[in-house]
Design a protein around this ligand. Structure first.
Ligand code: HEM
Length: 429
């Protein structure tokens, strides 16, 4: 499908065959992104790993992410910090369990995702379950995602850009500033402490500061600040939305909830609780996460752009066309999936590792060179968080609510949420 609005030509891809042509065969021509006007606030697009064009700088950022943050060795070394967050989650849930109080799963999952990233990068928490700091951060992230995805007339008619008619860039500047100021203060604080102590370099922030302080640094302070901004925005909402959808589907399917809980009881060590190393021993848990991402991909549309004319299965896509890959519709396509609207984790039990973006009917993390660099991190955080929620507790809906009345409507955006937040009560098992 092709649509032209104002000066922007858009092509929508909804079949695995064409998606493969676009993201595999024509990867080089189609791996840039069309940058919305709003995102250009504070020149974020010039520093952003998400928005900058394929370039030596982008490759450096991807390489640094892969080696300094998301390598197995690095993730193993930060595991203890994330496990601590999960233990705190259990204590918080136990309290609500005693009171019989319903909790907002999306909110709790956001707090854990946020603290998992902040403890992995900086060895500190940015939020707690009992303060409103997490909600404030979540508000900033969701406002950013709304402002980046809302139709903006200035994107379609560039002559309007100077006046920012919908105020999108002004609002975005404000959101960016809040997070950049926070990261800057964390970095300043760490640099000051490093002057006082000659400590061994230990966490991600330390190794980034090491790079910045080199004579010809691959990264400047500015690059690092904007990279942190991207990692928090790309990593928090996606991971927490996935956990919320998984819990909603399991509540609607009590037999599958029972099955996953039984698997967890067999595998998890009672004294330690779920940890990263357990994931490989939990095939049903993995299948549940995959099935959740098929039905509710937290990033439902891939947004790319052509940098030259491209031929896609006989269709000509002109240079500078916005190319959208509809991951959501491919996940529900009845020519690819049997009973596409049914939540059936069993369909993934025999598939093994398929998050590499090679099966183009199922690409929740994208494919090709722009594929999500956070997959190894998301894999650990989403599985261990879901396992923790389900290993320690059974779950029920608040009094008076019935499974069949649960509202599973999706709210489309850069991240796809439940329109009605999932409220559910932890029950002692
Ligand atoms: C369930 C969780 C997640 C999902 C479903 C997801 C999905 C995606 C998708 C679909 C893309 C775009 C790929 C493309 O354009 O072809 C992407 C890009 C990206 N993701 Fe994720 N993601 C998740 C978690 C994370 C986490 C935890 C992080 C980091 C902490 C992260 C960081 C990024 C970054 C930086 C990009 C931009 C890469 C680039 O443009 O080069 N994501 N993600």
């Amino acid at each position: 499908m092709s649509v032209k609005i104002g000066t922007i030509n858009t092509v929508v891809i909804s079949s695995p065959k064409v998606a493969k042509e676009a993201l595999h065969k024509n990867d080089q021509a189609l791996s840039n992104r069309l940058v919305p006007e709003s995102v250009q606030a504070l020149s974020h697009d010039k520093y952003s790993i998400i928005f900058m064009p394929i370039s030596p700088k982008w490759k450096t950022l991807r390489k640094i992410c892969a080696t300094k943050i998301f390598s197995s060795q690095q993730l193993d070394s930060t595991q203890a910090l994330r496990l601590k967050k999960l233990k705190e989650l259990v204590v918080y849930l136990q309290e609500n369990c005693r009171k019989g109080k319903a909790i907002d799963i999306g909110e709790v999952a956001f707090t854990i995702s946020l603290n998992s990233i902040s403890s992995t990068l900086f060895s500190i928490d940015l939020a707690s379950f009992t303060s409103d700091s997490s909600q404030k951060f979540r508000d900033i992230v969701s406002s950013m995602l709304i402002d980046a995805s809302k139709p903006n007339i200035a994107d379609y008619y560039p002559v309007l850009r100077r006046i920012d008619p919908q105020g999108a860039q002004r609002r975005m500047k404000n959101h960016y500033q809040k997070l950049l100021t926070l990261f800057e203060s964390i970095i300043k604080d760490r640099s000051n402490r490093m002057k006082d102590f000659t400590t061994e370099r230990s966490d991600v922030l330390d190794s980034f500061l090491d790079i910045i302080q080199k004579e010809n640094p691959e990264l400047t302070l500015h690059d690092v600040l904007h990279l942190f901004l991207d990692l928090f925005v790309a990593g928090t909402d996606t991971s927490s939305a996935t956990v919320e959808w998984a819990m909603a589907e399991l509540l609607q399917n009590p037999k599958k909830m029972k099955k996953i809980r039984e698997e967890l009881q067999q595998v998890i060590n009672k004294d330690e609780g779920p940890k990263d190393l357990d994931i490989n021993k939990l095939p049903y848990l993995q299948a549940v996460v995959k099935e959740t991402l098929r039905l509710h991909p937290s990033a439902p549309i891939l947004v790319h752009k052509s940098i030259s004319d491209v031929d896609l299965c006989g269709f000509r896509v002109p240079k500078d066309t916005q190319v959208l890959v509809n991951v959501w519709s491919m996940g529900r396509d009845s020519s690819i999936w049997t009973d596409p609207d049914v939540f059936l984790p069993e369909r993934f039990l025999e598939c093994g590792e398929i998050f590499r973006g090679e099966d183009f009917g199922f690409i929740p993390f994208g494919a090709g060179r722009r594929m999500c660099p956070g997959v190894p991190f998301a894999h650990r955080v989403v599985h261990t968080m879901l396992a923790t929620l389900l290993y320690h507790f059974d779950w029920k809906l608040p009094d008076g609510e019935k499974i069949e009345d649960m509202d599973m409507t999706e709210k489309f955006g850069i991240t796809m949420h439940k329109i009605k937040p999932l409220m559910t009560i932890p029950v002692k098992s």
